[in-house]
Design a protein around this ligand. Structure first.
Ligand code: ADP
Ligand code: ASP
Ligand code: MG
Length: 683
């Protein structure tokens, strides 16, 4: 029938706070006999320990102020007299006993107020009842002392040691006092009232995202308390646990809000909270923590923090960091272990079944876990199609068993936020883009044919995307995984003006020109090899004619805000135009015959210290922009001089910058293209 309620320093810091305490206590008194245990008013214990006259005077003022506000008339005078008397005793007390007076002061005021309100109260002198390190005697003393009143008020923190000397239970010890009173009386309820809504996943003063833990075991509460969660004084747990009394941690300033119940039941969650003390952090858990070391490492790495130590210790993790980054580390670990990001599902409808499509599906499958963890996005392939058949399955396992129009099916079945992924090389599929965008379906495409269309069509797609809030991304169309388009768009968005672009973006020609040495293997033979290696288009003339580079140049130019059309670009093919007529075999014959001339040009360039590169270029001149594609001799200072194999590069000069932006790197490969598409999907 006893209910023990303990209030901490901030819960009794002022008259208004004390009034709240009394409200809570009086409400609780309807359910049983209340034992009110209180700390000293906040700051008082520190002031008493400091012995600083100024601070002690300030404490006198604060107590006087509380008395003035809580009492009137004769009562006020009497209580004030008592308080003055206690301060006097304090000043006369031995140095090491001064600290024990804070709790006497606060409880004297609380008891007087309850009495004034008509309660039959009794003040319990914890200095006589609580014997340090002797629980049996303490319990006997308390159970004998508690009788004859409706309500009891007892100072926390203070006690007597076994030698009879007045002492304390240690800083924060009032929680423990309350547990001792509760255990001694076999109380129905033990409530620790403080300034936060219970034990939280971490200290809310350091991490604002901290959440209240509704239920936890004695063991976990003890772990949190032992490693720095000051909200509960660690020795409090044992007496409550032995007496099988639940401990409630509640917020004085939001009495009906969230709170924590600590009890005998096992914890309902794997991870409990993050506590910290000094530079040491403890992530408290309920199952062996060995497998969580990597997650903690990654979380810190992502936050840019080098941990001094991360190790599993039973069910918990120990982490050591420099003091200076403690709060940042706490936030990072808290985020990783306790902030479940809302997962957003992204449904993908893929069109195309070539090497890139296969690589994309493989990457998505492989990286699903990491992607979800890092971005909170869950990718699911719900539609697939080749040029003949398609399948849609909302559960993510589409089979290619349907005929007819895939895009019509997507338009009727795609859920919110879906993305259509075009990894085909269809010349006509772009005509459906606007419909998809208008249905709110995003488009990610690696199909450059879709964007080297007449400017009118290109602009319509962008307008549809903008107006319907749908994504339209195609970074992969130039330079595979290299961020070429994005780099140009960023400049355009911020009013920088492109003065020139040089794009060395034909993988096939970069490889062939790089390998070509006049006098050794012929140009024709190198083209044949490239074709056999699958490096060229089916008809290698498409690469040599500059058609592919043309598409890329158009896309780059448009990204720079230049409305370039095919016919604006002057193309000089690598070999004379006449060779492009007839069959592929005839073309190779023509190429063999052309070898002496080709070799001569190459020798000439070499003798002047140049290398030959196939360059697509755009340049601003007086009237507007000029554009062309063809072989250029580049000197050693030119960034393209050093390109290797199938590497791509763009060199962008702009109005804002004295030196060009150069992006160079692997420009082809199914894996590269797939990773670029994935990034477009996730953006
Ligand atoms: P009281 O004076 O009521 O005993 P304390 O200052 O001793 O209060 O303990 C409450 C404080 O504990 C909170 O203000 C909070 O800053 C700190 N704290 C540290 N860790 C936690 C945690 N995991 N959950 C809640 N509070 C915590
Ligand atoms: N007043 C004591 C302290 O400040 C005990 C407590 O508040 O629990 O440590
Ligand atoms: Mg405390």
């Amino acid at each position: 029938m006893y209910r023990v309620l303990k209030f901490g320093g901030s819960s009794v810091a002022r008259a208004t706070a004390m009034s709240r305490v009394l409200d809570i206590v009086e409400k609780e008194a309807e359910k049983g006999c209340v034992v009110l245990v209180s700390s000293a008013i906040s700051g008082c214990t520190d002031a008493l320990l400091s012995g600083d006259t100024e601070r002690l005077k300030d404490m006198e003022m604060r107590h006087r102020d509380i008395v003035t506000r809580l009492f009137t008339g004769e009562e006020r005078r009497k209580v004030q007299e008592k308080i003055d008397g206690i301060f006097k005793q304090m000043y006369q007390a031995p140095e090491d006993e001064k600290v024990t007076f804070g709790e006497i002061l606060s409880t004297t005021i609380l008891e007087a107020k309850l009495k004034a309100e008509g309660w039959k109260t009794k003040w319990l002198d914890s200095r006589e009842l609580v014997i340090k390190d002797d629980e049996p005697q303490t319990f006997k003393n308390i159970s004998q002392a508690v009788n004859g009143a409706d309500m009891y008020v007892a100072p926390g923190f203070i006690c007597r040691d076994k030698n009879g000397k007045i002492s304390t239970l240690g800083r924060g010890g009032s929680d423990y006092s309350a547990a001792l009173y509760a255990a001694a009386l076999n109380a129905d309820s033990l409530q620790i009232w403080t300034d936060v809504p219970g034990i939280m996943t971490t200290n809310p003063k350091q991490v604002s995202a901290a959440r209240t833990i509704p239920r936890m075991s004695y063991q976990s509460a003890l772990e949190m308390a032992l490693h720095g969660a000051k909200v509960l004084y660690a020795p409090t747990v044992a007496p409550a646990m032995e007496a099988r009394i639940d401990i409630e941690i509640r917020n004085t300033f939001a009495p009906d809000g969230k709170f924590t119940v600590i009890g005998a039941e096992p914890d309902p969650t794997r991870w409990i909270g993050v506590a910290s003390e000094g530079g040491k952090i403890r992530v408290v858990g309920t199952a062996p923590a060995d497998d969580a070391v990597t997650a903690a490492k990654n979380a810190l790495k992502e936050a840019g923090i080098a941990a001094k130590k991360i190790s599993a210790d039973g069910n918990s993790l120990n982490v050591e960091v420099r003091e200076a980054v403690l709060d940042k580390a706490l936030r990072a670990l808290h985020r990783a272990f306790f902030q479940v990001m809302p997962v957003r599902e992204i449904n993908l409808f893929i069109a195309g079944d070539g090497a890139v499509a296969k690589a994309l599906c493989a990457i998505i499958e492989q990286s699903a876990g990491t992607v979800k963890e890092r971005t909170g996005k869950q990718l699911r392939i719900v539609g697939r199609a080749n040029s003949r058949k398609w399948g849609i399955d909302v559960c993510g396992n589409p089979q290619l068993d349907r005929e007819g129009d895939y895009i019509d099916a997507i338009l009727t079945q795609a859920p919110q936020g879906a993305i259509f992924v075009d990894v085909t090389d269809s010349e006509t599929i772009y005509k459906r883009y606007v419909e998809l965008l208008e249905a709110g379906i995003g488009i990610v495409s690696s199909n450059r044919r879709s964007f080297a269309v007449p400017y009118y069509d290109y602009a319509a797609m962008h307008a549809a995307a903008r107006e319907n809030g749908a994504a339209l991304r195609y970074e992969t169309t130039v330079g595979a995984a290299l961020p070429m388009l994005e780099s140009i768009t960023r400049g355009t968005n911020s009013c920088d003006e492109v003065l020139s672009i040089e794009a060395i973006v034909s993988c096939t020609l970069n490889q062939i020109l790089g390998d070509y040495r006049p006098g050794s293997e012929t140009f024709a033979s190198l083209v044949r090899k490239a074709q056999a290696a699958g490096l060229t288009e089916q008809d290698p003339r498409l690469d040599l004619s500059g058609k592919d580079a043309l598409r890329k140049l158009i896309i780059l130019a448009r990204e720079a805000g230049v409305q370039l059309e095919e016919e604006d670009v002057e193309i000089v093919p690598v070999v004379p135009q006449e060779l492009f007529q007839g069959s592929v075999e005839q073309f190779y014959h023509g190429l063999e015959a052309y070898e002496p001339q080709f070799a001569k040009q190459a020798r000439q360039a070499e003798s002047q210290g140049f290398r030959r590169r196939f360059v697509a270029w755009l340049e601003k001149d007086g009237k507007g922009y000029k554009a062309g594609i063809g072989l250029k001799n580049v000197p050693p200072v030119h960034p393209a001089y050093h390109l290797r194999g199938t590497e791509n590069a763009i060199i962008v000069r702009s109005a804002f910058h004295p030196y060009p932006l150069v992006i160079q790197g692997p420009g082809e490969g199914a894996r590269e293209a797939a990773s670029s598409i994935l990034n477009d999907i996730l953006r």
